[in-house]
Design a protein around this ligand. Structure first.
Ligand SMILES: [Zn+2]
Ligand SMILES: [Zn+2]
Length: 187
């Protein structure tokens, strides 16, 4: 087992600081910091306030949206998985759709979000989007993700908004943001 794997095992057992780890391996703090930095970049641990934690797949608490910085709620999260395993999380489909043009397409391995009604993870590329409308659980203008077109239609009938494909929703969200900026910042 290499040292990085061993570190993950020790964190599982309850080790929380670089100091403890350095003592365990009998190596310098610098060496441990280097390992931790790599593990952090690989998205396997979280470092905060001087302590180290394993990163749990479902635990996005404390992570901010790459776009707006808002704390991420698992239920609404919209996630890009990049080649090499790095994940880019946004707080909701609104930010998720806006993040798309900022990422290099070739680097995106997968995009997933959760069905707004059923909460099961779904492939964001083949989902149906309701963009706009009267209700917003997170950012404005809102966007909602559905696996089923019929449910998206019923949702839009009740709360408004347009039903779009992923590509259409990306474009629509950009247009809507341009419009709202023109209103806010025009002299
Ligand atoms: Zn956001
Ligand atoms: Zn949001």
């Amino acid at each position: 087992m290499n040292r990085k794997e061993e570190i993950l095992r020790l964190l599982e057992e309850g080790y929380t600081t670089a100091k403890e780890l350095a003592r365990y391996f009998n190596v310098s703090l610098m060496t441990i910091y280097r390992d931790l930095k790599e593990l952090e970049e690989e998205g396997r641990i979280i470092r905060r306030h001087g302590s180290v934690e394993l990163k749990r797949e479902e635990d996005l608490k404390g992570e901010g949206c790459v776009l707006c910085g808002k704390e991420i709620d698992n239920r609404l999260a919209f996630t890009y998985i990049l080649k090499g395993g790095k994940k880019v999380h946004t707080c909701c489909p609104h930010c998720g759709l806006l993040a798309f043009p900022t990422l290099e397409k070739e680097r995106i391995e997968m995009i997933f979000s959760r069905d707004f009604i059923y909460c099961n993870p779904i492939n964001a590329l083949s989902a149906f989007y309701v963009v706009g409308g009267d209700v917003s659980p997170c950012c404005l203008p809102p966007a909602f993700v559905f696996a089923d077109k019929g449910i998206a239609e019923r949702f839009a009938k009740g709360f408004g908004g347009e039903i779009l494909s992923f590509e259409e929703a990306v474009k629509r969200m950009q247009d809507l943001m341009k419009k709202s900026q023109r209103v806010n910042f025009s002299p």
